[in-house]
Design a protein around this ligand. Structure first.
Ligand SMILES: [Zn+2]
Ligand SMILES: [Zn+2]
Length: 215
């Protein structure tokens, strides 16, 4: 994202215990993650796709290969890392890049981190389990977001925050939005309140840099 504000400077990255989901900033590696799982290879989620960087120092998984980093492994099926079970869920976002969300379970709680999102791919949509927390895409506050179709009619882009609240509310009591578009930065406090007001049943919140969620 081009816009920025105090507490909203960083590109995408969510650390769950010692496993990192998305690597939008090189500095996130300083946290010493045991593994990195990427939702997709846009540079705001994988800094090394646009910045010069040697081989990634930790096992890194993505929905597809990346030519300049052959050490990136393609994620297939569920994986155990550091006591967490990590399950990729294919999503719709870009016409040129594969993408997935991740379900993360530790036997007690289950969370989902989606990355950028038009939707979860249809055949996985009805099979999502109940979750304790969803962390998802805050690109657009307007209904419908910005979704275009490519020449083959496949949608790409980002759906709206209200659409995501409607989709995830039956599945999770708590929904945290991150990855904000320019709308958010015109009035940060007002934007935070607008997000919080979107549901009366679920707890809906705006993320900020360094936010810690205890489960
Ligand atoms: Zn993206
Ligand atoms: Zn993004």
């Amino acid at each position: 994202m081009e816009h920025t504000a105090a507490r909203h400077m960083f590109h995408s990255g969510v650390l769950v215990n010692d496993v990192l989901f998305d690597l939008g900033e090189r500095s996130f590696l300083d946290r010493g993650p045991r593994a990195v799982f990427l939702t997709h290879l846009h540079a705001d989620h994988a800094f090394f796709t646009e910045e010069e960087f040697g081989p990634l120092p930790v096992p890194t998984y993505a929905p597809q290969r990346w030519r300049s980093h052959p050490e990136v492994k393609v994620v297939h099926g569920s994986r155990e890392v550091d006591g967490l079970t990590i399950i990729p869920v294919p999503t719709v976002h870009s016409s040129s890049y594969r993408s997935c969300a991740y379900l993360v379970e530790d036997g007690i709680s289950r969370i989902m981190y989606t990355g950028d999102l038009v939707s979860v791919q249809r055949r996985y949509r009805d099979r999502l389990p109940e979750m304790d927390l969803v962390i998802t895409d805050g690109s657009f506050i307007r209904h419908g977001g910005l979704v275009r179709k490519d020449e083959r009619g496949r949608p790409h882009g980002h759906t709206g925050i209200p659409d995501l609240v409607r989709f995830f509310t039956p599945l999770s009591p708590r929904i945290v939005f991150t990855h904000f578009g320019s709308w958010f930065f015109k009035d940060v406090e007002g934007s935070v309140r607008a997000i919080e007001a979107l549901s009366t049943t679920a707890q809906v919140e705006a993320a900020y840099d360094g936010m810690i969620i205890e489960m």
